[in-house]
Design a protein around this ligand. Structure first.
Ligand code: NAP
Length: 291
């Protein structure tokens, strides 16, 4: 029988997950389908019930459902629970288990792709939504000196700082906490001022998703010692282009998308994912879209 998987979100047409996972199933010679499902938040609960009844074994969850879906899970992995966002659902015997594989995805970008050691560094995280929460959690595990968070809605940045402080207590020994990381939610207008002190800049806002979006920082504040990670994966964003013009290291979100997908597949199938086939499929589709 054909095995069923998919991704839920709204809008969903931009998602590259179907391309990546279909390539994985082909490489594994698996009789399986991965479909996008357009699901507005208002009808999430009945749709989820319907997908379970249809025998779906695994789902990815994307904007804007990652937080909305949390209370609907039968079980939550400890990381997803701490972050308060789910991007992967494993369904076993009609029960749902929520995971967050964005954490592993971001971690692998810094550690494996960039071979970057965050210890002693200052990280500026733009955004406080589901993706920023996963990035923040991954960063806590990598022990930078400071994590600064800037978000359009300041209170959300403050809440994320509070939650990351709690995460640090879970992750690290009391001694490390005493000497360790500093967290702060900074106001939007402090952004340009602090940039010279920043080593790593992560854009985890939706800015850059559309061609007409403005760049989230003043381009002249970017400097050559920066590492810039933009979670947007459809194209080279104005932020990445501006960072490269200033000779900074700049990487887009495609790798993170790949790694989080690899981890989702591992959770669904309980076997290693064919990472190179998935990477090739993603690169092919992005090159095609960006012309
Ligand atoms: P989300 O929960 O909806 O959060 C969106 C974030 O962007 C919030 O911090 C929001 O600020 C901010 N924002 C939205 N519009 C803005 C604007 N016009 N100006 C300034 N800030 C704005 O979404 P998410 O799940 O965190 O995803 C964020 C982005 O990351 C999306 O583009 C998504 O595609 C991408 N992403 C990539 C990967 C990957 O693997 N590469 C993984 C996850 C997500 P407020 O709090 O003020 O609303």
């Amino acid at each position: 029988m054909t095995r069923l998987f998919g991704v839920i979100g709204h809008p969903i047409s931009h998602s590259l997950s179907p391309v990546m996972h279909t390539a994985a199933f082909t490489a594994l010679h698996l009789d399986a389908l991965y479909s996008p499902f357009e699901v507005p938040a208002a009808i999430l609960k009945p749709i989820l019930k319907g997908l379970l009844a249809a025998g779906v074994e695994g789902l990815n969850v994307t904007v804007p459902l990652k937080e909305t879906v949390v209370p609907l899970m039968d079980h939550l992995d400890v990381t997803a629970q701490a972050i308060g966002a789910v991007n992967t659902i494993v369904i076993r015997r009609q029960k749902t288990i929520g995971y967050n594989t964005d954490v592993v995805g971001f971690r692998r970008v810094l550690v494996e792709d960039l071979r970057y050691d965050c210890r002693g560094k200052t990280v500026l995280l733009l955004g406080a939504g589901g993706a920023a929460r996963a990035v923040g959690w991954a960063l806590v595990g990598l022990c930078p000196k400071r994590i600064w968070i800037v978000n359009r809605t300041y209170t959300k940045a403050k809440h994320l700082v509070r939650d990351l402080c709690r995460a640090t207590a879970l992750y690290h020994s009391p001694r490390r906490i005493r000497w360790g990381m500093g967290f702060a939610a900074l106001p939007l207008d402090a952004l340009t001022q602090v940039m010279q002190e920043v080593d790593v800049l992560v854009n985890a806002t939706s800015l850059g998703l559309y061609v007409s979006d403005p760049i989230p920082v003043v381009p002249s504040s970017l400097h050559k010692n920066l590492v810039v990670v933009d979670l947007i994966y459809h194209r080279d964003t104005p932020l990445l282009k501006a960072a490269r013009r200033r000779c900074a290291v700049a990487i887009g979100g495609l790798s993170m998308l790949l790694y989080q997908g690899v981890e989702s597949l591992r959770l669904w199938l309980r076997r290693p994912a064919p990472i190179e086939a998935m990477r090739r499929a993603l690169v092919r589709v992005v090159n095609k879209v960006s012309g």
